[in-house]
Design a protein around this ligand. Sequence first.
Ligand SMILES: CCCCC/C=C\C/C=C\C/C=C\C/C=C\CCCC(=O)SCCNC(=O)CCNC(=O)[C@H](O)C(C)(C)COP(=O)(O)OP(=O)(O)OC[C@H]1O[C@@H](n2cnc3c(N)ncnc32)[C@H](O)[C@@H]1OP(=O)(O)O
Length: 194
Amino acid sequence: MGPGRTTLVPPPGAASPVRHPEAPAPGTLLGPHYDQCFGCGEGQPHGLHLQARAGEGVSITAEFTVQPAHQGAPGLAHGGVLASALDETLGSLNWLLRVIAVTGRLETDFVRPVPVGATLHLEARCMGIDGRKIYASAVGRIDRPDGPVAVRADAVFIEVKLDHFTRNGRPEEIKAAMADPDQIKVARAFEVNP
Ligand SMILES: CCCCC/C=C\C/C=C\C/C=C\C/C=C\CCCC(=O)SCCNC(=O)CCNC(=O)[C@H](O)C(C)(C)COP(=O)(O)OP(=O)(O)OC[C@H]1O[C@@H](n2cnc3c(N)ncnc32)[C@H](O)[C@@H]1OP(=O)(O)O
């Protein structure tokens, strides 16, 4: 049993998630965490351009409209793209916890096919925290916040420091990111202020 087989349910004794006192107010559009991000980057022509908003407590809502570039079968979204949209929405919980965490494990249920042109209304919630492990779940509904459920996911994110990116990313993109004042602002927001 490696870490990949870890349960996706918070263990007994996991802490309840706490919204950071400086988290963006409910309803705030979060904006991209990285301009070139496949999930949310505005400068990423191949991306999902997913827009996430802070919800109540430690929750996020997000929308993503399936484009022709996202097809798996004729007129239908690719499952990996839908998993990406769930991953991005879950990852956006970072903003409310003010913790940097990367996806360790993501399990997706595909419940209904999602046509091109449909807007997926996503909602993610943090379910518990155990040390560096952040447990979270998400759901995506078709065309309306109360529309039919198309996808669900359960995930474990693992807390990392900022140097996870600077140590592992390709140097040219890291250099460009560190020269971008907007990116520095995002990184600052996540610096640990004890
Ligand atoms: C200058 C540029 C700055 C740019 C960024 C700035 C700020 C960004 C901040 C926020 C962003 C906001 C929103 C983000 C939105 C969406 C992002 C989408 C998210 C992604 O798309 S992100 C990409 C995919 N993701 C990866 O690329 C991870 C690759 N991977 C690794 O980098 C390592 O694998 C790592 C770090 C995960 C762990 O490595 P490690 O050595 O640090 O930790 P270790 O192994 O000690 O585990 C510690 C405890 O976690 C448990 N654990 C470990 N791995 C597990 C697993 N897979 N499943 C379940 N549990 C697991 C262990 O069981 C142990 O648990 P226990 O403590 O109980 O024993």
